[in-house]
Design a protein around this ligand. Structure first.
Ligand SMILES: [Zn+2]
Length: 343
């Protein structure tokens, strides 16, 4: 029997070599009780740090441990209370703790506590409590959340490649700055505004950044220049490169639209839409059916229809999710063709 208990000690308490297994019992069909005691000669007083081996008394604790073979495991821990040998210490007696296995007032072993915290991190409160129940650990969802909250905050490492972009708290009005570790794809921090000074102050505290990947807004450029003047290489991010290229290509095509051969005849319906000059030819180089022109005509018509109904420009902007500038541009143009580049 002793050999079995010694084997159990090796298997179950490898990380706590001071623990001795003294008994293993079945409490009922669902619970295993393992009797353990600490074999250290004494303990360190948590009040003054003095070592003491003067036993004052003992009692039993029953911390729950990780389940085994589908059964709950409860330790019957024989705990000694020692008398502090330092006469000046304000603790007369203190209870021993098994390093890595128990802590004061906890009804769980340390490994069960960290396992529940991991479950909470992955699944949060309610789902975490449900899955813990499946494994035989009875815990409430609020306790799972408390365990997650008690974990120390992870210290984010300084990213090598930092992505800088803006985000809207109120679109068109209030913007902040989001900072992302480009290599891991994880957000690093949120800045409350998009001022260059704020970004520069943030960068100056993190000297390890090698590349700053940003959009072309001047405040980000200035912030990156001031905050990381020598170390960081500044590059434009892929999304904004494609976006800018797309816009430039659209502008270029619209400017040279007149160079393209106009279809021989326009359908009757379309020619009605495109404005006609006195000699009957189409004045616009944008025949209907062109994506950009149609979109602009449609927006122009909607904005002017709403204006005619008596809506304010501000209300139109809110309704159509347009910035004030876009609404003004559409409202100020008498005809949609005024909005086309290369006219
Ligand atoms: Zn003490």
């Amino acid at each position: 029997m002793n050999e079995v208990l010694l084997r159990l000690e090796e298997l179950l308490f490898l990380s706590a070599p001071e623990v001795a297994v003294v008994s293993v019992n079945e409490d009922d069909e669902a619970t295993i009780r393992i009797g353990v005691s600490c074999r250290a000669a004494g303990a360190v007083c948590p009040g003054c740090g003095a070592w003491s081996s003067r036993v004052h008394g003992s009692y039993q604790r029953f911390p729950a441990d990780l389940p085994c073979a589908g059964r709950r495991v409860v330790l019957c821990l024989h705990v000694r209370r020692f008398t502090c040998v330092d006469a000046l210490c304000n603790r007369r007696t203190f209870a021993e703790q098994v390093p890595g296995l128990t802590r004061r007032h906890s009804r769980w072993t340390e490994r069960l506590r960290s396992a529940l915290a991991e479950v909470g991190l992955a699944l949060a409160g309610r789902a975490g409590a449900r899955i813990a129940d499946v494994f035989g650990i009875s815990v409430s969802h609020s306790t799972v959340l408390r365990l997650v909250e008690a974990l120390p905050d992870p210290r984010p490492r300084t990213p090598r490649v930092l992505g800088v972009d803006e985000y809207a708290m109120r679109k068109g009005r209030v913007y902040g700055t989001v900072l992302v570790d480009v290599e891991t794809g994880r957000p690093v921090d949120l800045l409350p505004d998009r001022e260059s000074a704020t970004l520069a102050a943030w960068l100056s505290k993190r000297p390890g950044i090698e590349v700053i990947c940003r959009e072309r807004a001047p405040f980000f450029a200035e912030g990156a220049r001031t905050g990381a003047p020598t170390a960081a290489l500044q590059v434009a991010d892929r999304f904004h490169l494609w976006h800018n290229l797309g816009e430039a290509a659209e502008r270029c095509v619209s400017r040279h639209r007149a160079c393209l051969r106009v279809p021989f005849t326009l359908p009757r319906q379309e020619s009605a839409k495109a404005p006609q000059a006195a000699d009957g030819s189409t004045t616009s180089p944008w025949p209907t059916g062109h994506r950009f022109a149609d979109r602009t005509r449609e927006k122009h018509a909607i904005v002017h229809a709403l204006l005619a109904e008596g809506h304010s420009r501000r209300a139109i902007g809110r309704q159509l999710h347009m910035t004030h500038r876009t609404v003004k541009r559409l409202a100020d143009a008498a005809a949609p063709e005024e909005l086309f580049h290369g006219q």
